[in-house]
Design a protein around this ligand. Sequence first.
Ligand code: HSE
Length: 437
Amino acid sequence: MKRINIGICGLGTVGGGTFNVLSENRREINARALCEVQVAHVGARSDNPACNTDAAKVSRDIFAVAQDPDVDILVELIGGTTIAKDLVEKALANGKHVVTANKALIAEHGNELFAKAAEAGVSINYEAAVAGGIPIISALRDGLSANQVEWLAGIINGTGNFILTEMRDKGRDFADVLAEAQELGYAEADPTFDVEGIDAAHKLVILASLAFGMPLQYNGVFCEGISKIEPMDVEYANELGYRIKHLGVARKVEGKGIELRVHPTLIPESRLIANVDGVMNSVLVKGNAVGPTLFYGAGAGALPTASAVVSDIVRVARQLAAGAGTDSMMPSLGFADNKLQDFNILPIEEAETAFYLRLPVADEPGALSKIAQILSEAGISIEALIQKEPAEGQSSVSVIMLTSRVLEKQMVAAAKDIEALDIVEGELTRIRVEALK
Ligand code: HSE
Protein backbone atom coordinates (compact mmCIF):
# COMPACT_ATOMS: atom_id res chain seq x y z
CA MET A 1 0.00 0.00 0.00
CA LYS A 2 1.36 3.41 -0.95
CA ARG A 3 2.19 5.71 1.97
CA ILE A 4 1.29 9.41 2.10
CA ASN A 5 3.17 11.45 4.69
CA ILE A 6 1.51 14.17 6.68
CA GLY A 7 3.22 17.08 8.41
CA ILE A 8 1.17 18.72 11.14
CA CYS A 9 2.09 22.26 12.21
CA GLY A 10 0.49 23.27 15.49
CA LEU A 11 -0.44 20.75 18.17
CA GLY A 12 -2.98 22.79 20.16
CA THR A 13 -6.72 22.08 20.42
CA VAL A 14 -7.31 21.33 16.72
CA GLY A 15 -3.80 20.01 15.99
CA GLY A 16 -3.98 17.60 18.91
CA GLY A 17 -7.47 16.49 17.86
CA THR A 18 -6.29 15.92 14.28
CA PHE A 19 -3.29 13.92 15.42
CA ASN A 20 -5.46 11.70 17.60
CA VAL A 21 -8.24 11.18 15.03
CA LEU A 22 -5.62 10.12 12.46
CA SER A 23 -4.32 7.57 14.94
CA GLU A 24 -7.60 6.29 16.41
CA ASN A 25 -9.46 6.00 13.09
CA ARG A 26 -6.45 4.74 11.12
CA ARG A 27 -8.26 1.67 9.74
CA GLU A 28 -11.21 3.64 8.29
CA ILE A 29 -8.98 6.49 7.10
CA ASN A 30 -6.53 4.24 5.24
CA ALA A 31 -9.36 2.21 3.72
CA ARG A 32 -11.00 5.38 2.43
CA ALA A 33 -7.79 7.07 1.32
CA LEU A 34 -6.69 3.91 -0.58
CA CYS A 35 -3.26 4.35 0.98
CA GLU A 36 -1.49 4.49 4.31
CA VAL A 37 -1.83 7.94 5.83
CA GLN A 38 0.95 8.54 8.31
CA VAL A 39 1.96 11.51 10.43
CA ALA A 40 5.65 11.76 9.58
CA HIS A 41 6.53 15.14 11.08
CA VAL A 42 5.01 17.38 13.74
CA GLY A 43 6.01 21.02 14.13
CA ALA A 44 4.98 22.50 17.46
CA ARG A 45 6.39 24.94 19.99
CA SER A 46 5.61 22.48 22.79
CA ASP A 47 4.32 18.94 23.28
CA ASN A 48 0.64 18.20 23.72
CA PRO A 49 0.29 15.72 26.60
CA ALA A 50 -2.83 14.27 24.92
CA CYS A 51 -0.77 13.16 21.87
CA ASN A 52 1.79 10.36 21.68
CA THR A 53 4.16 11.61 18.98
CA ASP A 54 6.82 8.90 19.49
CA ALA A 55 6.43 7.55 15.95
CA ALA A 56 6.82 10.96 14.29
CA LYS A 57 9.68 13.35 13.88
CA VAL A 58 9.04 16.42 16.08
CA SER A 59 10.47 19.88 15.36
CA ARG A 60 10.12 23.04 17.40
CA ASP A 61 10.59 25.03 14.19
CA ILE A 62 7.41 24.63 12.12
CA PHE A 63 9.26 25.68 8.95
CA ALA A 64 11.28 22.45 9.20
CA VAL A 65 8.03 20.64 8.30
CA ALA A 66 7.58 22.77 5.17
CA GLN A 67 11.14 21.91 4.14
CA ASP A 68 10.93 18.18 4.89
CA PRO A 69 11.16 16.35 1.54
CA ASP A 70 9.27 13.39 3.02
CA VAL A 71 6.12 15.42 3.75
CA ASP A 72 3.43 15.23 1.03
CA ILE A 73 0.66 17.19 2.77
CA LEU A 74 1.31 20.01 5.23
CA VAL A 75 -1.48 20.65 7.72
CA GLU A 76 -1.43 24.24 9.00
CA LEU A 77 -3.13 24.52 12.40
CA ILE A 78 -1.26 27.39 14.01
CA GLY A 79 -3.82 30.10 13.17
CA GLY A 80 -3.26 33.79 12.46
CA THR A 81 -2.37 35.42 9.18
CA THR A 82 1.32 36.26 9.46
CA ILE A 83 3.48 33.23 10.32
CA ALA A 84 0.73 30.92 8.99
CA LYS A 85 0.86 32.71 5.62
CA ASP A 86 4.65 32.40 5.43
CA LEU A 87 4.37 28.73 6.34
CA VAL A 88 1.73 27.97 3.71
CA GLU A 89 3.70 29.87 1.06
CA LYS A 90 6.82 27.92 1.93
CA ALA A 91 4.92 24.62 1.77
CA LEU A 92 3.43 25.51 -1.64
CA ALA A 93 6.79 26.59 -2.97
CA ASN A 94 8.17 23.21 -1.88
CA GLY A 95 5.41 21.41 -3.80
CA LYS A 96 3.34 20.31 -0.80
CA HIS A 97 -0.43 20.18 -0.73
CA VAL A 98 -1.84 22.20 2.13
CA VAL A 99 -4.74 21.51 4.48
CA THR A 100 -5.75 24.33 6.82
CA ALA A 101 -8.48 25.23 9.30
CA ASN A 102 -7.51 28.90 9.08
CA LYS A 103 -10.55 30.96 8.02
CA ALA A 104 -8.82 34.33 8.47
CA LEU A 105 -5.97 33.22 6.22
CA ILE A 106 -8.29 31.95 3.48
CA ALA A 107 -10.76 34.87 3.67
CA GLU A 108 -8.06 37.56 3.65
CA HIS A 109 -5.30 35.99 1.55
CA GLY A 110 -7.02 33.10 -0.23
CA ASN A 111 -6.99 34.67 -3.72
CA GLU A 112 -3.23 35.13 -3.58
CA LEU A 113 -2.56 31.72 -2.00
CA PHE A 114 -4.82 29.87 -4.46
CA ALA A 115 -2.92 31.47 -7.35
CA LYS A 116 0.39 30.37 -5.80
CA ALA A 117 -0.96 26.83 -5.31
CA ALA A 118 -2.10 26.65 -8.94
CA GLU A 119 1.31 27.85 -10.08
CA ALA A 120 3.01 25.21 -7.94
CA GLY A 121 0.63 22.48 -9.15
CA VAL A 122 -0.67 21.68 -5.65
CA SER A 123 -3.92 22.27 -3.77
CA ILE A 124 -5.12 24.20 -0.70
CA ASN A 125 -7.92 22.55 1.24
CA TYR A 126 -9.92 24.25 3.97
CA GLU A 127 -13.00 22.22 4.95
CA ALA A 128 -12.36 22.97 8.65
CA ALA A 129 -12.28 26.73 8.07
CA VAL A 130 -16.07 27.07 8.14
CA ALA A 131 -18.61 25.58 10.56
CA GLY A 132 -16.21 23.11 12.23
CA GLY A 133 -17.38 19.55 11.64
CA ILE A 134 -20.12 20.35 9.10
CA PRO A 135 -18.88 19.38 5.61
CA ILE A 136 -20.29 22.57 4.13
CA ILE A 137 -17.32 23.30 1.84
CA SER A 138 -17.63 19.97 0.06
CA ALA A 139 -21.42 20.33 0.03
CA LEU A 140 -21.12 23.62 -1.85
CA ARG A 141 -18.31 22.46 -4.15
CA ASP A 142 -19.67 18.99 -4.80
CA GLY A 143 -23.09 18.04 -3.46
CA LEU A 144 -24.81 21.23 -4.63
CA SER A 145 -22.76 21.75 -7.80
CA ALA A 146 -25.84 21.37 -10.01
CA ASN A 147 -27.41 24.51 -8.58
CA GLN A 148 -27.41 28.22 -8.99
CA VAL A 149 -27.28 29.25 -5.33
CA GLU A 150 -29.84 31.97 -4.60
CA TRP A 151 -28.86 32.67 -1.00
CA LEU A 152 -27.34 31.14 2.07
CA ALA A 153 -27.61 32.02 5.73
CA GLY A 154 -25.70 30.51 8.59
CA ILE A 155 -25.03 30.45 12.28
CA ILE A 156 -21.29 30.15 11.77
CA ASN A 157 -19.78 31.29 15.06
CA GLY A 158 -20.25 28.78 17.86
CA THR A 159 -19.11 31.14 20.62
CA GLY A 160 -21.64 33.80 19.64
CA ASN A 161 -24.43 31.24 19.43
CA PHE A 162 -23.45 29.81 22.81
CA ILE A 163 -23.60 33.31 24.36
CA LEU A 164 -27.01 34.15 22.83
CA THR A 165 -28.43 30.76 23.86
CA GLU A 166 -27.28 31.09 27.47
CA MET A 167 -28.60 34.67 27.65
CA ARG A 168 -32.00 33.54 26.43
CA ASP A 169 -32.34 30.25 28.34
CA LYS A 170 -30.68 31.12 31.62
CA GLY A 171 -30.64 34.91 31.64
CA ARG A 172 -26.86 34.72 32.04
CA ASP A 173 -24.53 37.65 31.79
CA PHE A 174 -22.68 38.18 28.47
CA ALA A 175 -19.16 38.38 29.93
CA ASP A 176 -19.68 35.36 32.12
CA VAL A 177 -20.75 33.14 29.20
CA LEU A 178 -17.89 34.41 27.05
CA ALA A 179 -15.40 33.43 29.77
CA GLU A 180 -16.89 29.91 29.77
CA ALA A 181 -16.62 29.68 25.96
CA GLN A 182 -12.94 30.61 26.27
CA GLU A 183 -12.38 27.92 28.90
CA LEU A 184 -14.07 25.34 26.68
CA GLY A 185 -11.71 26.21 23.81
CA TYR A 186 -14.47 27.52 21.49
CA ALA A 187 -13.46 31.16 21.41
CA GLU A 188 -10.79 32.70 19.18
CA ALA A 189 -7.44 33.74 20.68
CA ASP A 190 -8.86 37.26 20.49
CA PRO A 191 -12.53 36.79 21.51
CA THR A 192 -13.56 40.10 19.93
CA PHE A 193 -13.30 38.12 16.67
CA ASP A 194 -16.25 36.06 17.95
CA VAL A 195 -18.40 38.74 19.57
CA GLU A 196 -17.84 41.47 16.99
CA GLY A 197 -18.59 39.17 14.05
CA ILE A 198 -15.12 39.12 12.45
CA ASP A 199 -14.84 35.33 12.67
CA ALA A 200 -18.31 34.92 11.12
CA ALA A 201 -17.38 37.45 8.41
CA HIS A 202 -14.29 35.42 7.49
CA LYS A 203 -16.43 32.30 7.17
CA LEU A 204 -19.25 34.00 5.26
CA VAL A 205 -16.85 35.36 2.65
CA ILE A 206 -15.56 31.83 2.02
CA LEU A 207 -19.08 30.37 1.75
CA ALA A 208 -20.23 33.15 -0.59
CA SER A 209 -17.28 32.67 -2.94
CA LEU A 210 -17.98 28.94 -3.15
CA ALA A 211 -21.72 29.50 -3.57
CA PHE A 212 -21.62 32.16 -6.29
CA GLY A 213 -18.26 31.47 -7.91
CA MET A 214 -16.50 34.73 -7.12
CA PRO A 215 -13.09 35.73 -5.77
CA LEU A 216 -12.91 36.14 -1.98
CA GLN A 217 -13.98 39.66 -1.07
CA TYR A 218 -13.36 40.08 2.65
CA ASN A 219 -13.32 43.87 2.39
CA GLY A 220 -16.90 43.92 1.10
CA VAL A 221 -18.60 42.21 4.01
CA PHE A 222 -20.79 44.22 6.41
CA CYS A 223 -20.07 43.12 9.96
CA GLU A 224 -21.97 43.74 13.19
CA GLY A 225 -21.46 41.67 16.34
CA ILE A 226 -23.63 40.66 19.29
CA SER A 227 -22.02 42.77 21.99
CA LYS A 228 -24.83 45.35 21.96
CA ILE A 229 -27.70 42.84 22.25
CA GLU A 230 -29.67 43.64 25.42
CA PRO A 231 -31.34 40.87 27.44
CA MET A 232 -34.67 42.71 27.05
CA ASP A 233 -34.45 42.41 23.24
CA VAL A 234 -33.92 38.66 23.59
CA GLU A 235 -37.09 38.57 25.76
CA TYR A 236 -39.21 40.76 23.47
CA ALA A 237 -38.12 38.71 20.46
CA ASN A 238 -39.33 35.59 22.30
CA GLU A 239 -42.64 37.29 23.04
CA LEU A 240 -43.05 38.00 19.33
CA GLY A 241 -42.29 34.36 18.43
CA TYR A 242 -38.71 35.00 17.26
CA ARG A 243 -35.17 34.05 18.29
CA ILE A 244 -32.17 36.33 17.98
CA LYS A 245 -29.31 34.60 16.18
CA HIS A 246 -26.03 35.93 14.89
CA LEU A 247 -26.34 35.23 11.19
CA GLY A 248 -24.13 35.46 8.13
CA VAL A 249 -26.22 36.10 5.03
CA ALA A 250 -25.11 36.03 1.37
CA ARG A 251 -27.81 36.72 -1.19
CA LYS A 252 -27.69 37.24 -4.93
CA VAL A 253 -29.87 40.14 -5.99
CA GLU A 254 -30.43 39.70 -9.74
CA GLY A 255 -29.12 42.59 -11.79
CA LYS A 256 -27.58 44.29 -8.74
CA GLY A 257 -24.98 42.13 -7.00
CA ILE A 258 -24.41 40.20 -3.80
CA GLU A 259 -25.50 41.09 -0.26
CA LEU A 260 -22.76 40.00 2.13
CA ARG A 261 -23.61 40.71 5.74
CA VAL A 262 -23.10 39.46 9.28
CA HIS A 263 -25.36 40.75 12.06
CA PRO A 264 -27.74 39.78 14.85
CA THR A 265 -31.02 38.69 13.26
CA LEU A 266 -34.51 37.86 14.47
CA ILE A 267 -35.66 34.56 12.94
CA PRO A 268 -39.17 33.10 13.39
CA GLU A 269 -38.91 30.38 16.06
CA SER A 270 -40.74 27.98 13.74
CA ARG A 271 -37.64 27.76 11.49
CA LEU A 272 -35.34 24.83 12.24
CA ILE A 273 -32.28 27.09 12.17
CA ALA A 274 -33.81 29.29 14.89
CA ASN A 275 -33.59 26.27 17.20
CA VAL A 276 -29.88 25.67 16.69
CA ASP A 277 -28.50 26.31 20.14
CA GLY A 278 -25.26 26.35 22.11
CA VAL A 279 -22.01 25.98 20.24
CA MET A 280 -23.73 24.23 17.32
CA ASN A 281 -23.55 25.76 13.83
CA SER A 282 -26.00 25.52 10.97
CA VAL A 283 -26.02 26.67 7.37
CA LEU A 284 -29.11 27.02 5.20
CA VAL A 285 -28.44 27.00 1.44
CA LYS A 286 -31.14 27.74 -1.11
CA GLY A 287 -30.35 26.32 -4.54
CA ASN A 288 -32.59 26.84 -7.57
CA ALA A 289 -32.84 23.09 -8.22
CA VAL A 290 -32.65 21.55 -4.78
CA GLY A 291 -34.63 24.20 -2.87
CA PRO A 292 -33.64 24.86 0.75
CA THR A 293 -31.08 22.54 2.38
CA LEU A 294 -30.02 22.73 6.01
CA PHE A 295 -26.68 21.58 7.43
CA TYR A 296 -26.16 21.20 11.18
CA GLY A 297 -23.30 20.19 13.44
CA ALA A 298 -20.65 21.20 15.95
CA GLY A 299 -19.01 24.40 14.80
CA ALA A 300 -15.99 24.31 17.08
CA GLY A 301 -14.03 22.02 19.36
CA ALA A 302 -11.08 19.67 18.90
CA LEU A 303 -12.71 16.56 17.43
CA PRO A 304 -15.40 18.13 15.20
CA THR A 305 -12.80 20.43 13.65
CA ALA A 306 -10.35 17.54 13.35
CA SER A 307 -13.06 15.58 11.54
CA ALA A 308 -13.11 18.26 8.83
CA VAL A 309 -9.31 18.55 8.68
CA VAL A 310 -8.93 14.80 8.26
CA SER A 311 -11.60 14.69 5.53
CA ASP A 312 -9.37 17.00 3.48
CA ILE A 313 -6.33 14.83 4.21
CA VAL A 314 -8.20 11.69 3.07
CA ARG A 315 -9.33 13.30 -0.19
CA VAL A 316 -5.90 14.65 -1.10
CA ALA A 317 -4.14 11.43 -0.03
CA ARG A 318 -6.51 9.39 -2.21
CA GLN A 319 -5.77 11.59 -5.22
CA LEU A 320 -2.03 11.41 -4.59
CA ALA A 321 -2.12 7.65 -4.08
CA ALA A 322 -4.01 7.27 -7.36
CA GLY A 323 -1.38 9.39 -9.09
CA ALA A 324 -4.02 11.93 -10.15
CA GLY A 325 -2.54 15.14 -11.55
CA THR A 326 -3.62 18.55 -10.29
CA ASP A 327 -5.80 18.90 -13.41
CA SER A 328 -8.15 16.38 -11.88
CA MET A 329 -8.27 18.16 -8.52
CA MET A 330 -11.17 20.40 -7.57
CA PRO A 331 -10.40 24.10 -8.21
CA SER A 332 -9.89 25.99 -4.94
CA LEU A 333 -13.32 27.68 -5.03
CA GLY A 334 -15.12 24.92 -6.91
CA PHE A 335 -15.30 26.97 -10.14
CA ALA A 336 -12.58 27.11 -12.79
CA ASP A 337 -10.36 30.04 -11.84
CA ASN A 338 -11.02 31.80 -15.15
CA LYS A 339 -14.80 31.45 -14.66
CA LEU A 340 -14.93 33.28 -11.33
CA GLN A 341 -17.08 36.41 -11.60
CA ASP A 342 -16.34 39.72 -9.89
CA PHE A 343 -19.86 40.40 -8.62
CA ASN A 344 -20.65 43.80 -7.19
CA ILE A 345 -20.89 43.55 -3.38
CA LEU A 346 -23.85 45.69 -2.35
CA PRO A 347 -23.36 48.24 0.44
CA ILE A 348 -25.50 47.53 3.53
CA GLU A 349 -27.71 50.54 2.65
CA GLU A 350 -28.96 48.53 -0.34
CA ALA A 351 -29.80 45.38 1.66
CA GLU A 352 -33.46 44.55 2.12
CA THR A 353 -34.72 43.06 5.39
CA ALA A 354 -37.58 43.49 7.82
CA PHE A 355 -36.78 45.19 11.14
CA TYR A 356 -37.36 44.85 14.87
CA LEU A 357 -37.58 48.29 16.47
CA ARG A 358 -37.59 49.16 20.16
CA LEU A 359 -37.95 52.72 21.35
CA PRO A 360 -38.71 54.54 24.59
CA VAL A 361 -41.79 56.68 24.02
CA ALA A 362 -43.52 59.27 26.26
CA ASP A 363 -46.67 57.82 27.78
CA GLU A 364 -49.09 60.34 26.27
CA PRO A 365 -52.02 60.35 23.81
CA GLY A 366 -51.11 60.32 20.11
CA ALA A 367 -47.48 59.25 20.63
CA LEU A 368 -47.86 56.00 18.76
CA SER A 369 -49.71 57.59 15.84
CA LYS A 370 -46.82 60.02 15.22
CA ILE A 371 -44.43 57.07 14.86
CA ALA A 372 -46.89 55.13 12.70
CA GLN A 373 -47.26 58.13 10.42
CA ILE A 374 -43.51 58.40 9.75
CA LEU A 375 -43.34 54.69 8.95
CA SER A 376 -46.40 54.87 6.74
CA GLU A 377 -45.01 57.86 4.80
CA ALA A 378 -41.82 55.85 4.23
CA GLY A 379 -43.91 52.96 2.87
CA ILE A 380 -43.02 50.77 5.85
CA SER A 381 -45.81 48.65 7.27
CA ILE A 382 -46.04 47.62 10.95
CA GLU A 383 -46.46 43.83 11.09
CA ALA A 384 -46.58 43.42 14.89
CA LEU A 385 -46.51 45.73 17.88
CA ILE A 386 -46.08 45.44 21.64
CA GLN A 387 -46.38 48.33 24.06
CA LYS A 388 -45.20 47.84 27.63
CA GLU A 389 -46.63 49.74 30.60
CA PRO A 390 -44.19 52.24 32.08
CA ALA A 391 -42.05 50.82 34.88
CA GLU A 392 -42.84 52.26 38.30
CA GLY A 393 -41.63 55.85 38.61
CA GLN A 394 -40.95 56.14 34.84
CA SER A 395 -42.81 58.24 32.31
CA SER A 396 -41.77 56.47 29.13
CA VAL A 397 -42.99 53.17 27.77
CA SER A 398 -41.16 50.67 25.57
CA VAL A 399 -42.69 50.29 22.14
CA ILE A 400 -41.57 47.25 20.15
CA MET A 401 -42.46 46.76 16.50
CA LEU A 402 -41.80 44.41 13.62
CA THR A 403 -41.85 46.07 10.21
CA SER A 404 -42.32 44.89 6.66
CA ARG A 405 -39.26 44.39 4.42
CA VAL A 406 -37.60 47.62 3.43
CA LEU A 407 -34.27 48.83 2.07
CA GLU A 408 -31.83 49.58 4.89
CA LYS A 409 -31.36 53.18 3.73
CA GLN A 410 -35.12 53.81 3.91
CA MET A 411 -35.28 52.35 7.42
CA VAL A 412 -32.30 54.43 8.54
CA ALA A 413 -33.96 57.62 7.26
CA ALA A 414 -37.29 56.79 8.94
CA ALA A 415 -35.50 55.89 12.20
CA LYS A 416 -33.78 59.27 12.18
CA ASP A 417 -37.11 61.04 11.79
CA ILE A 418 -38.63 58.93 14.57
CA GLU A 419 -35.75 59.68 16.94
CA ALA A 420 -36.23 63.40 16.25
CA LEU A 421 -39.85 63.29 17.54
CA ASP A 422 -40.29 65.02 20.90
CA ILE A 423 -42.22 62.01 22.26
CA VAL A 424 -39.24 59.68 21.67
CA GLU A 425 -37.12 59.76 24.81
CA GLY A 426 -33.98 57.91 23.83
CA GLU A 427 -32.26 55.90 21.14
CA LEU A 428 -34.08 53.55 18.82
CA THR A 429 -32.81 49.95 18.83
CA ARG A 430 -32.91 48.34 15.40
CA ILE A 431 -32.30 44.65 14.66
CA ARG A 432 -32.73 43.07 11.22
CA VAL A 433 -35.32 40.32 10.73
CA GLU A 434 -35.13 37.47 8.20
CA ALA A 435 -37.94 35.01 7.47
CA LEU A 436 -35.49 32.69 5.62
CA LYS A 437 -38.13 31.29 3.29
N1 HSE B 1 -14.25 30.73 17.53
C1 HSE B 1 -14.87 29.92 16.54
C2 HSE B 1 -16.33 29.72 16.92
C3 HSE B 1 -14.15 28.59 16.44
O1 HSE B 1 -16.68 29.97 18.08
O2 HSE B 1 -17.12 29.34 16.08
C4 HSE B 1 -14.52 27.81 15.23
O3 HSE B 1 -14.20 28.47 14.04
